[in-house]
Ligand binder design. Sequence first.
Ligand SMILES: Cc1ncc(COP(=O)(O)O)c(C=O)c1O
Length: 325
Amino acid sequence: MYFNNIVETIGNTPLVKLNKVTDGIKGTVLAKVEYFNPGNSVKDRMAVKMIDDAEKAGLLKPGGTIIEGTSGNTGMGLALTAIARGYKCIFTMSDKQSKEKQDILKAVGAEVIVCPTNVPADDPRSYYSIARKLNAEIPNSFYPNQYDNPSNAEAHYETTGPEIWAQTEGNITHFAAGVGTGGTICGTGKFLKEQNPAIVSIGLDTYGSVFKKYKETGIFDENEIYSYKTEGIGEDILPKNVDFDLIDLFIKVTDKDAALMTRRLAKEEGLFVGWSCGSAVFGALEYAREHLQEDDTMVIVLPDHGTRYLGKIYNDEWMREQGWL
Ligand SMILES: Cc1ncc(COP(=O)(O)O)c(C=O)c1O
């Protein structure tokens, strides 16, 4: 048996029990380990779906160029799909993303344009604006726009949700995931809540992001926005893929707590995962400690792999510079 190309290997990632970091917690806590995808992240799932749907809609034609603003992982999924299907890729990225993420995208043939982080989303220099501008200028180009493209959440509705439901044999009671575009938590959460409306969905957010306050008050508070270091979660915009009705509550996690938990996952669980995985686990366990009962099963999505953060949270010197070790 073989796959026709690497894209066909996306999905069907394992669910792995957490054994040490869950000390003192009642119930079972399982991690959906998304680095088993070929691009080493959860984003492979939605990248291929956004391209499939664009091809079907006639938005992406042979020889076309895919242009996207990405923190790196979506870019990887798009680049792998572009190789299999014969497209070019140009990605805009904010300068806070790790150098590894830029180099990885270049390694798989993409052009990478680095843009400043410390400008508002609607500033012409932001990575959102530059992606839009290139899309307008380059003929036969397609801008997937992962923030607002419904194919993003649908990919998780069609794959991540059903996988988790089957893997837990319907026993899942709590679902936790970091929220960036919202695709993972809302697509997966929609499927799971359709199977069992009692499933609690927990969104992990960062300090410096607008989500938690918006959920709790309905106010988009610009004072909540400031630059933070965790990559992939939290936003200074409200993406259309975030359906606040599908997220029961948000928990904010600091950069430092996330970084330290990520390092524990590597050392104590053998899960060499990315920074936002520490955010997800730290926040989810904070909730679990208070609310999880013996018979409960919590599933936490771990979005990506540790290699992308070797120069940061896995680097002792960098950690000391932050004052975190
Ligand atoms: C490392 C990482 N974690 C978490 C997320 C959040 O996932 P989603 O965009 O589906 O909300 C992303 C998305 O950019 C990511 O790159």
